[in-house]
Design a protein around this ligand. Structure first.
Ligand SMILES: Nc1ncnc2c1ncn2[C@@H]1O[C@H](COP(=O)(O)OP(=O)(O)OP(=O)(O)O)[C@@H](O)[C@H]1O
Length: 232
């Protein structure tokens, strides 16, 4: 049984059919990436998994438990955490308050000391307010807030978007360490090089259909697929 098993997902905004029979799976301890052009349906896929968009048909199973039809907060409690593109941290609270608050209701595999080991930059900034952080630091804090909720799977929506290359390198190191620590990660990314360096397997969405599925290594050796679906 896969950790996450998605079968025949169809999602709509009003009458617009956005996702067509999307099926995919993520195994425990895997890093899986969802690629695709702007508007392909990547964010809608994450929203459908999280119950923010209600899929009209299809099944989303995590550890064998059906999530389709459940509310977003129940899905989060069951162990799926979405790190939004816009990060959603509390600007008026300090780094440490943000982390502690996120972890209040969890039985914590990630005490604050372990978070600071993984994110030394957050330790240095522990007393800074959310609004005073750089984009990269905010992204680290958003990931840390997801981690302290002890998720079975973390969904990262464009974690490297708009960040300087040196920060992207730092975040990639963190994601690798998380994967080594056994954290399952499903990510959406536009940065193909970073994605291929990080992910074990990739799916490509094209106009709401899964158009390609392979290991990251296989995709690297298929420039024609990259060109056709990603235009790079
Ligand atoms: N709230 C909404 N209402 C109506 N249509 C929407 C809504 N959100 C997205 N769409 C449309 O759904 C399609 C898929 O959008 P989605 O955001 O899932 O794509 P994406 O692959 O994540 O792209 P991007 O990288 O630009 O975010 C697009 O055609 C988009 O215009």
């Amino acid at each position: 049984m896969s950790l996450l098993e998605v079968n025949g997902l169809n999602s709509y905004y009003g009458d617009s059919h956005i996702l067509f029979d999307v099926s995919l799976h993520v195994e425990k301890n895997e890093v899986v990436a969802l690629l695709g052009r702007n508007g392909a349906g990547k964010s809608t896929t994450f929203k459908s998994l999280m119950g923010v968009v209600k899929p009209r048909t299809g099944s989303v199973k995590m550890d064998g438990v059906e999530l389709a039809g459940k509310k977003a907060h129940s899905i989060a409690q069951l162990g799926m955490q979405l790190v939004h593109e816009e990060r959603r941290i509390f600007g008026s609270l300090t780094v440490e308050e943000n982390i502690v608050l996120a972890g209040l209701t969890a039985q914590n595999k990630w005490p604050i000391e372990r978070i600071y080991e993984m994110f030394p930059r957050l330790k240095e900034r522990c007393l800074s307010r959310g609004t005073d952080l750089s984009g990269g630091e905010q992204q680290m804090l958003a990931i840390a807030r997801a981690l302290v909720r002890d998720p079975k799977i973390i969904l990262l929506d464009e974690p490297f978007e708009g960040l300087a290359p040196v920060i992207v390198q730092d975040l990639m190191r963190i994601c690798r360490e998380l994967a080594q620590a056994g954290q399952t990660i499903f990510l959406i990314e536009q940065n193909l090089a970073a994605t291929l360096a990080l992910a074990n397997r990739v799916y490509i969405l094209s106009n709401g259909h899964i158009a390609h599925e392979s290991t990251a290594k296989e995709l690297k050796s298929q420039p024609e697929v990259v060109q056709r679906y990603l235009g790079v």
